[in-house]
Write a protein of this length. Structure first.
Length: 470
């Protein structure tokens, strides 16, 4: 969009149209000032222009999604693998340890749950090689509370209009349709149906502060369209109203729950003693958890790092050589910091050359990773202590930046140098041992200014975008 980016008047006009279009389309968030109110809302931040995404890499990301669904689901059923992989982490990371304890407790009692629902989002960046070619590199896979499938179902329409206003009608017609909200709801509806109780509801397990409620409402409304009843509850409500009957069916104040869809529960701060008890109650129940605790653990960064070890995928997915090849082709370099020679060596390398790496703790939700000088300092400090084990190292991905405008409420309109991250939503349902649904459900493109190393849309760093395939 080189011609457009320089035309200040055209940009101003298009930005005004874009903001109104976003509000009309429902690309909304509650405000930071009034996070509990739905009568004071604003548009969710988004780019003025769609961002270029190499078509081959976009297609590659879609083509590997069913493989990732299969892999995550397989790991979630492999106690030995989870136990071995997380053994070093849970010695030093209290949060992962507590999740793991619930996992073991539930297994010891025996699973009441027979239907399993996974909704994940595999995130990628486009790594720019020395010769200028771009490669698809997975950043991580989110197996719990992967967000923005709702709002992003509405952003392509906004960008289509913007391109028309800018005189790019032909280009506007190339923007792809995208409806993750429908795909996610399809998975939830399938799980609800297999659970097999007409009267039972789908429970969205939500945060105390729900700024991103409209994203969730998009999925909720798709379920209501299918005449499936949805309730929104917090961990605190589960503690106060939740109970199990003799066959471990879950009830909230007398209302049976078929599916628990977590949009909360992935950061330690939300768990006080009562909320841990609520989590345990949910996990012990027959209700379909999306995700169950095993699948949440399968999404940890430690598991991601272990998957990149030669031979691990072959052990987990015997008889799937093609899936393994597709999965492995997306891996960046990942390194264990476990105690021992291997960890010592990579720690020394990273301290000598921090800009080559990202240092990641076992946390989700953005803003936890360490880069550059800070990476060096922290690693220097912990390199001889067991605390090192709670982190992994990853090669830093370096995408080619592009110019765009990030539209944010109450912010000046200015051009930024930006990089993008592509996410593909995956949905699958398993009944007993049989995968009855396994699909890619749409995509999410998030874009941020290059001055920010970390952070997503909810963290206020990245904004919603639409891929323009080139
Ligand atoms: P979180 O669970 O907090 O979302 P991520 O692994 O997705 O953790 O990292 C958060 C952000 O940090 C990503 O959205 C991306 O912008 C940046 N990031 C993570 N890993 C890398 C990497 N290897 N190279 C470059 N940037 C990265
Ligand atoms: Mg992430």
């Amino acid at each position: 969009w080189r011609d457009v980016v320089r035309d200040a008047a055209a940009v101003r006009e298009a930005a005004a149209v874009a903001v109104d279009a976003a509000l009309l389309a429902g690309v909304l968030m509650r405000t930071g000032e009034q996070p509990h109110a739905s009568d004071v809302v604003n548009y969710a931040p988004f780019t003025l222009l769609p961002s270029a995404v190499p078509r081959a890499l976009f297609e590659q990301a879609y083509a590997v999604q069913q493989d990732f669904n299969l892999l995550v689901d397989t790991i979630s059923q492999n106690k030995e693998f989870l136990e071995q992989t997380l053994a070093s982490t849970i010695k030093v990371d209290d949060f992962t340890a507590r999740l793991f304890r619930i996992y073991m407790q539930v297994l010891e009692e025996g699973l009441a749950q027979t239907v399993f629902l996974g909704i994940n989002r595999s995130d990628y960046m486009f790594d720019c090689g020395l010769d200028g070619t771009a490669a698809l590199r997975q950043i991580e896979i989110n197996t719990i509370a992967a967000s923005f499938g709702g709002l992003t179902s509405r952003t392509a329409d906004v960008h289509r209009l913007v391109l028309k206003v800018l005189g790019k009608t032909e280009e506007a017609s190339h923007l792809l349709p995208n409806n993750p909200a429908k795909g996610l709801a399809l998975g939830i509806a399938k799980a609800w149906e297999l659970y097999g109780s007409q009267r039972a509801v789908v429970m969205f397990l939500v945060e105390d502060v729900q700024r991103n409620i409209f994203d969730q409402r998009c999925v909720e409304n798709e379920l209501w369209n299918r005449n499936i009843r949805v309730v929104r509850k917090r961990f605190r409500d589960v503690f106060e109203q939740g109970s199990l009957d003799a066959s471990r069916r879950l009830y909230m104040d007398g209302q049976e729950v078929a599916v628990v869809y977590y949009r909360e529960g992935y950061v330690p701060q939300v768990y006080d003693q009562q909320n841990w008890e609520a989590r345990l109650l949910l996990e012990r129940s027959r209700a379909v958890k999306c995700p169950d605790i095993a699948t949440q653990l399968a999404g940890t960064k430690k598991v991601q790092q272990e998957l990149s070890r030669p031979g691990t995928l072959e052990k987990l997915l015997p008889g799937h050589p093609e899936a393994i090849a597709r999965i492995r082709a997306t891996f960046a370099g990942l390194y264990s910091l476990d105690e021992g020679e291997e960890g010592d060596r990579i720690a020394a390398t990273a301290i000598a050359d921090p800009d080559r790496f990202v240092l990641k703790p076992q946390r989700e939700g953005g803003g936890n990773n360490l880069y550059g000088e800070e990476l060096r300092e922290v690693l220097q400090k912990i390199k001889d202590s067991p605390e090192r084990t709670s982190y992994i190292l990853m090669d830093k991905i370096k995408p080619q930046p592009a110019l765009n405008y990030l539209l944010r409420a109450h912010s000046p309109l200015q051009v930024s140098e930006c990089i993008s991250e592509l996410g593909i939503f995956g949905v699958y349902v398993r009944q007993g041992q049989e995968l009855v649904l396994n699909q890619a459900a749409g995509h999410l493109l998030r874009t941020k200014a290059t001055e920010h190393a970390d952070g997503g849309v909810a963290a206020g760093v990245a904004v919603l975008d639409t891929p323009y395939l080139v």
